[in-house]
Structure formats: C-alpha cells, structure tokens
Design a protein around this ligand. Sequence first.
Ligand code: PHE
Length: 369
Amino acid sequence: MYTVPKLDDYSPATLDRAISQLESALESERREVQTEDDWKAFRDRWLARKNGILTQLNELWLKGAPPESKKEIGKRINASRPLIENRVESQLNWLRAAVHEIVGSPIGLPIDISLPGIHRPIGVKHPVLRVMDEIVAVFKAMGYSIGEGPEVETDYYNFESLNFPPNHPARDTQDTLFIAAQEQKPARDRLLLRTHTSPVQIRVMELQPPPVRIIIPGKVHRNDPLDATHSPVFHQVEGLAVDTNITFCDLKGTLDHAMKALFGSSVKTRFYPSFFPFTEPSADMQVSCIFCGGKGCRKCKFSGWIELLGCGMVDPNVFEFVKHNGYDSSKVSGFAFGMGVERIAILKYEVEEIQLFYEGDVRFLEQFA
Ligand code: PHE
C-alpha cells in the first residue's frame, strides 16, 4: 500500500520521481475499486481532509520544505490535486455505468447476461430528405450533376436575373422575406431568403459554359402562413438543361420519365399553359391522379389530375444575363423545372398535413423507418 514518502531533498528530479510514484499508486488503487463501498474508502484515502493523501502531501512535503523550495512544491501539489479529484470522481461514474452494462465488465461484477441490453434505436432519413434524394437520384441516372446555392440570396439572383424586373408584379407571386436594414444598398444587392431554387440556375450558368444538365435540391422560404399544405420553409428540387437544339419535347420526355420513376410506370403526365418570368413558354405539369388512376376522386378534386411542378423553356432574357459565358440564345436553348419536395412527399406517403414533417414527432417519423 502506498504511503507518502518523506523527501530526502527537493531537487526537481526527486520531485518528479515522487510525483510519478504518487500517480501510479493512484492508478493502481483506482483499478481495485469494485463496489461503492470500495469507492468510498478510495475517496477518503485520497481526499479526506484529515490525513487523506492529498492532505499528507501538504503536511510532509510542503511544510517540511526549505523556504526557497516551497513555491515549486506548492505548484507540484496543486497540479496533482485535479488529477486525484478527477480520478476519484470518474471512478464512481465508471463504476455506476459498468453495473448497467451487460457484457465486458472488466471488474468482475455479478452480471446477468439474460437481461435485455440497452436498446439504442437507429435513426432513419427524414421523409423529406428521402424524397429529395430519390428525385435527385432519378436525374443523376439521366446524367445530371448536382448543384447547390446559398439560402440567403441577393435580389439579383432570386429575381432580377430571372427576368423579374424591379417592381414587376410577378414578384408578388412569391411573398418574400427580406433581411432588414438594407435600404442603403442598391436594390439588386439586397439580401433575402431565396423563394425558390431557380437562382441557382444563374449561379451555375455563370460558372459553367453550356452544355449544362444540373439538378438542384435545396431549402426555400416564403412569407406564407402555415396551413395544411403551406409552410414558410420548404424544399424544392430544380432542374436545368441547356445545350444546342433542346426542345419542349426533351422537357416533356424527361419529366414524363422522372414521374414514372417516382410514382410508377402507369402514371401519365400532361402540360398545362402557365406563366413564369424566366421560362417561355411556361407550363404546369400535372400527373394523372395517383390515388384513383385518373378516374376522379376527392384527392384530385374529381379532375383525374394533380398539379405537381412548374416548368418551361429558358427565356432568352435569362440567357442575356449569362451571355458572356457562352449562353447565346441564337445558339443554345434549354428547359428548366422546379418541384416542391413536401408536395411530392405528401402524395407519395398520403400525409394529411405538411406540419407533420417539421414537428419531429417520433410516432410520425418512425413510419418511414
Ligand atoms: N421557381 C418556380 C417556383 O418556385 C418553379 C419553376 C422552376 C418554374 C423552373 C419554371 C422553371 O414556383
């Protein structure tokens, strides 16, 4: 059993040796602790005010030392104190944890190996992310690369370069959250939370000359009140293809294939005239109702069709903003589309309310495990 030795001299070498003896004694006594009673004895032996080892260090080493060595010894003892305290405390924690472990206790505690183990449930991918990844995978298989852009965007990328001129009423279709106190900045530099993933179209074309085939998943924000089908934060997947001779037929074929891959091969698509400032012509793509197969039911409001995404041929005015990088609308053409991920997830999994995706209720989420 370790006892605090008297020091013959106070040279650094002697102190080093004494301290390392002390630490190895602490370590080997710690290993002997197998029960809480052992632990109490261990604690008192090292930390008791009266005659604990730490106290003895002060008595035997510090008090007996010549004045010129006191400072150094005091320092050494003070440095050992947290180590001792820490070992004592962690030994108790370790002991308690070991009692609860089913196997591998190195301290020979009685163990009932028939008890169930500690069950740590494995998480699963959130349904929104899962659908987003699925959509992206469908386009990856068609040779698209993946692109991303910032969620805090400038007015230029979110609107102006997408052919929404300043103050144009088309901006009202996307109720926008602006960052406060930017009145001193030029309008196009003002920051906002992007209302769609379309600004990444421009960012990609600025970086990469044609041809482009890119799929862009991301989070977007709108100043929409929360209701069963709207959330101020939601997700989109954007697509953009630009090359020579890209036609509306390519857009239709690509999206028709993607919808069959997502919803099953019996699903049909149709394209309905629409308007977006950055595509011309523009369309809303609808799929035949995945619930009734197109016969008409409550979910499709008895129309047989469900509107799923916006798309169109890239407007030549958009190419003007990236003309310097090879986007000459007399030479290249392209199509773009953007779809709401939650909307698709709601259809795929028959979820009643969009909020369910954001509440983090395990009872909801575990259905996707
Ligand atoms: N960005 C549009 C929206 O959020 C969707 C869209 C993308 C439309 C690309 C056409 C082309 O509503």
